[in-house]
Design a protein around this ligand. Structure first.
Ligand code: VAH
Length: 326
């Protein structure tokens, strides 16, 4: 691997993926870019961070050419809830940004990682045990850009030989980066509220079952997929992956195992509830397990424990053994 370009590097996935790539390959091998113009303060010393709007094909091409990038982790995207508030801008960023990346990858022979989502499915797909190859008729603009992105990535592979690979991520939970306008953001917000206030008012119904994954597993999956032997891949764009299928009520119960005085109330946001209700409850990820050895390391209990320790330690300067209300 010569040099890696990350777009959306200060986003929820980007912060931890960039950190993992910097630690694995070193600052000279990772070019971090984002629409925001500040590198994340938690990264090890990195020598390359650039402000990049992925709709700017000229600058994107210059960076790839100047640094001889051969792998692009293309994370820049508007997420589901925010995309519904500005659908045309979301289409512009999510699709034209991806097309710029695919064209640069075609020109410079780069491999491309594309994060799709469970949101690429709609209510017509089987809700439980959603097969890898299921009908995809998403009802959100975000989902339409994700299934379109999957098709574009497959087209560039079959038509131009670009090595495109992707994952249909579930809701992702990170202790390092806040989410940015998604439907599953509650699963991150709840931890900060629990540590600081011992209470959270959830914007989804208590019984809203969705696939989730701890970010360390999401990062490991992206790196493992991109390193997989191409001969083993029967699918490419994009693999179902999940680690747990949980409800807000179940997440609150697990938090209460650590913080008995934590309480949860519910004020449902109709927009995000409608989005969540259009998604499957649990994806079948056997294709990823069989074709490139996907295997999550964190279940609900392990994720909750680590999230609380990491956030309490950072927010309250606590030792790792206890939590204190703010
Ligand atoms: C969102 N976090 O909520 C993203 C993700 C499955 C959810 O795609 O939009």
């Amino acid at each position: 691997m010569k040099t890696i370009l990350v777009t959306g590097a200060t986003g929820q996935i980007g912060v931890e993926l960039t950190q993992a790539l910097l630690e694995r390959y070193g600052g000279d091998k990772v070019i971090a870019t984002d629409y925001n113009n500040q590198p994340h303060n938690g990264w090890p010393q990195t020598s390359h961070f650039f402000r990049l709007d992925v709709r700017d094909a000229t600058t994107l091409n210059e960076i790839v050419e100047n640094y001889q990038c051969d792998t692009i982790f293309h994370l820049a995207s508007l997420l589901s809830a925010v995309a519904e508030t500005k659908p045309l801008e979301a289409w512009d960023i999510n699709i034209n940004g991806l097309l710029n990346v695919l064209e640069v990858a075609r020109t410079h022979r780069c491999s491309v990682f594309f994060p799709s989502s469970v949101g690429a499915f709609g209510p017509e797909a089987p809700s439980f045990d959603t097969p890898q190859d299921s009908l995809q008729r998403p009802k959100t603009l975000y989902g339409i850009t994700k299934v379109s992105g999957e098709l574009l990535c497959d087209y560039y592979y079959h038509r131009f030989g670009v090595d495109t690979r992707g994952l249909r991520y579930p809701g992702l939970i990170s202790n390092k980066a806040l989410p940015g306008g998604g439907t599953t953001d509650y699963a991150v917000d709840i931890f900060y509220a629990a540590v600081k206030n011992r209470h959270y008012d959830c914007f989804l119904r208590a019984d809203t079952q969705l696939d989730m994954m701890y970010m360390p597993d999401a990062i490991a999956a992206a790196i493992k997929l991109m390193a997989a032997d191409r001969a083993s891949l029967r699918h490419r764009n994009a693999f179902n992956v999940t680690a747990m299928s949980i409800t807000p009520e179940q997440l609150a119960d697990e938090i209460q195992n650590h913080l008995p005085d934590f309480t949860m109330t519910y004020t449902v946001d109709p927009l995000r509830q409608a989005i969540a209700d259009s998604w499957p409850r649990h994806m079948n990820d056997s294709a990823a397990r069989n074709e490139w050895g996907w295997l999550p390391q964190y279940d609900l209990a392990a994720m909750v424990k680590d999230m609380l320790i990491q956030i309490a330690t950072r927010e309250n300067g606590l030792n790792r053994g206890c939590y204190a209300a703010g």
